[in-house]
Every structure is written in structure tokens, then in C-alpha cells.
Design a protein around this ligand. Sequence first.
Ligand code: CO
Length: 153
Amino acid sequence: MAIRIIVKVPDPILTKKCRPVDTFDARLWTLLDDMKDTVKAANGAGLAAPQVAVLKRVCVVDTEDGYFELVNPVITSSSGEQSGMEGCLSVPKKYGTVVRPEKLTVEAQDRFGEKQVYNVKGFTARAFCHEIDHLDGVVYTSKAQEFFDSDED
Ligand code: CO
């Protein structure tokens, strides 16, 4: 396990669409293990593979609801609306207000390729949306309505 370097804006890799994962092998597990080390070390709520320069549909979310590993995630339904502050490890010292659904159902595969279904809400739903956006080359700054500076990374 290792901490990987986090790509920062305006690196063009953050705007690229990721490829689906079709091989659930040791290489994927190393990526997931390294992403866990990296998001924990950075004290983030999530991390997507393109943020560590890997264009695969893989992301992790780490909130008070748990630690989630999502491979090929798809939002299958959403409801409600929430407006709140969002930051990104690829956009240091900035926060922004983003409107997201309040509740989501997400289907994803786990590290073994098994299908899992997640029903999440509140901040965890926000984190899922943020990370899944990264897999389509979307950084939250393109959706934020206002920005705030922060001393934190
Ligand atoms: Co982000």
C-alpha cells in the first residue's frame, strides 16, 4: 500500500472520461488499497481514480456512513435536493456551494466484481455524486454556484 500523488487542477487528466473496469485483479486491488491510503492521509471524503492519474471507473468514499469502494458505479435513481459546501483534493484551498440530490441509489461492483447496491443520503450522497462526476471528467467547480477560500488543502 502506498500514498499516491494527487493530480491538481488544471491538469487535463481531470477532464477526461474514464474507461470501465473489466478485470478484477491484483492490479485493481493495489489501486484501491493505494487510494485508501491516499484519501485517509489527505483527510478527504472521497477520491476518484483520475485524481491519481488512472483513467478507470473507480472511486472511493469515506464518510461517517462508512468506507465505500465503487467500481463502475452508476446512479440508478435519485430524489430530493440539498445545497451544501463541497471541496476537492484536486482543488486546494477552495470550497464551493453545489446543489445535489438528497438521496441516491447507486449500483456498483466491488473489488471482486460482485454487484452491490447502495442507498445513501445527505453528505454521503453528495460525496458519491462528486466522485462519480470525476469519472466523467467533471470537477465540482463547474457546478458550484459560489466559491470560498480556505486555509486547508
Ligand atoms: Co474531487
